[in-house]
Design a binder for this molecule. Structure first.
Ligand SMILES: *Cc1c(COP(=O)(O)O)cnc(C)c1O
Length: 453
């Protein structure tokens, strides 16, 4: 066979539980701290903004967490996500490596994010919540939560980072199609938004600011809770359906990966694919290399400091030990809006500190070049975020070629780019630039980190 091949899974083999890496880590995760008392955050501290079931999942040490049947039912609308052997790409690269990708773009919202949006909406609904407030960067999380909210009858209010709000009107239209309300952030509707607008009326916004706005709304309204699309432990947990399916699909393909690769924004699609493989490495003698790929313009894993920091710009969230560029760091605008976050998931950061993963950073133009090469070989137009994983996979495949090694590469294609075609137009017109941040700004943001222990 010379053409690309797709592997699905019979329905009775679909994962029935999410996997919690916390149960198998050789050292415990440093706890999140209350910013006032510097004591570990309690379930009561989180109760105003999250439903009980989600808080439990955020803190649990259980290895397996059962997926509720109503969530499985919704998952089955698009899961299993296909695993595809990218033979045409292998041929284009003339590499002896075997390249597989897990394609999460088949979900209704076009990315991996509904894997967590659906259970989060389900648990909120179950606990009588009426409204959800959230933020969105590129619009992927917003559309995912809007979709999930529409299934479970919840109102959804979305603070969208202004630069994406302007660049991606169709993402907004998608959220509105699902019945959600979409607001450009920073907005005049919240204290956090107004504070930023006073200082910089032209602010492009950032995920950190949009999070502050959504958290403020949830904290100040009884009928409203908050939902986060990445970073937190429960989000990483929900995303592990990706890796659990992939392990079974790779078995069907009669192969096993030497390296797994995913892009990292807040870390959730990476966690989703990688954590089950890290378990295999830790417990079952697996030897898979695990690689996270981030944008060079916002490189928390490769250039950030491992320190306690706020998750948002307005300093409303708990302090989390993570790789961070500093919560006051303003990443330059880029088309991979979903990767434009100053911090990294605590769990992924911890995994990095423990030496269980590697990280590297690429510029956006080299990622777009990789995305175009991929699209012309495999037909799928990737999201700009996912193009980082593709660039990582292509580099590994070219290394295999140089070394004459027939290794197996698996990467996560976290979403399609159908709403990002303006970015492709800019790339073809030569208008995409690689914008580096100012070293002085990074230094200042790191100096402004909260002083903890
Ligand atoms: C949001 C998003 C990302 C980045 O978020 P993670 O939590 O790091 O996965 C990556 N790819 C796509 C398609 C996204 O929508």
């Amino acid at each position: 066979m010379t053409d690309s091949v797709k592997y699905l899974l019979p329905e009775d083999k679909l994962p029935k539980a999410w996997y919690n890496l916390a149960a198998d880590l050789p050292a415990p995760l440093p706890p999140p701290l209350h910013p006032g008392t510097l004591q570990p955050v309690t379930a009561d501290d989180l109760a105003p903004i999250f439903p009980r079931a989600v808080i439990e999942q955020e803190m649990t040490q259980e290895r397996w967490v059962e997926i509720p049947e109503p969530v499985c039912e919704v998952y089955r609308l698009w899961r299993p996500a296909p695993l595809i052997r990218a033979r045409r790409l292998e041929k284009a690269l003339d590499t002896p490596a075997r390249i597989y990708f897990k394609y999460e773009g088949v979900s209704p919202a076009g990315s991996h994010k509904p894997n967590s949006a659906v259970p989060q909406a389900f648990y909120n609904k179950q606990e009588g919540v009426k409204r959800l407030a959230t933020e969105t960067g590129a619009g992927q999380w917003g559309s995912s939560l809007a979709f999930a909210g529409s299934l479970f009858g919840l109102e959804v209010e979305i603070y969208m980072v202004r630069i994406s709000y302007n660049q991606k009107p169709y993402r907004r239209a998608l959220m509105e199609t699902y019945g959600a309300r979409c607001i450009a952030s920073p907005s005049p509707l919240t204290n956090a938004g107004r504070a930023i607008l006073e200082k910089s009326p032209e602010s492009n916004g950032s995920l950190g600011i949009a999070i502050s706005e959504a958290v403020e709304v949830a904290a100040t309204r009884d009928d409203t809770k908050y939902a986060l699309g990445s970073v937190l432990n429960h989000v990483c947990l929900h995303q592990t359906v990706i890796g659990e399916e992939a392990i079974l699909q790779m078995e069907m393909a009669g192969d096993r990966p030497d390296v797994v690769i995913a892009c990292t924004g807040g870390g959730s699609n990476f966690a989703g694919l990688a954590f089950p493989y890290i378990r295999e490495n830790l417990k079952n003698g697996g030897k898979t290399r695990v690689v996270g790929v981030e944008p060079a313009s916002c490189p928390s894993l490769t250039r950030g400091r491992y320190a306690y920091d706020f998750g948002d710009t307005g300093h409303l969230t708990p302090l989390t030990k993570m790789h961070t560029l500093g919560s006051t760091f303003m990443p330059p605008g880029s088309h991979a809006g979903g990767l434009r976050y100053h911090g990294m998931s605590a769990m992924v950061s911890h995994v990095k500190e423990l030496g269980l993963m590697e990280a590297r950073a690429y510029w956006q133009t080299e990622c777009f070049a990789a995305a175009v090469q991929f699209a012309r070989a495999e037909g799928i137009v990737p999201a700009p975020e996912s193009s980082h994983a593709i660039k990582g996979a292509i580099d590994e495949a070219l290394r295999c070629k140089a070394e004459g090694k027939a290794e197996t590469i698996l990467f996560n294609l976290s979403g399609h780019g159908h709403f990002d075609m303006q970015a492709y137009t800019d790339f073809f017109a030569g208008n995409l630039r690689d914008v580096a941040f100012e070293e002085e700004e990074l230094k200042a943001a790191l100096e402004a980190l909260p002083k903890v222990g």
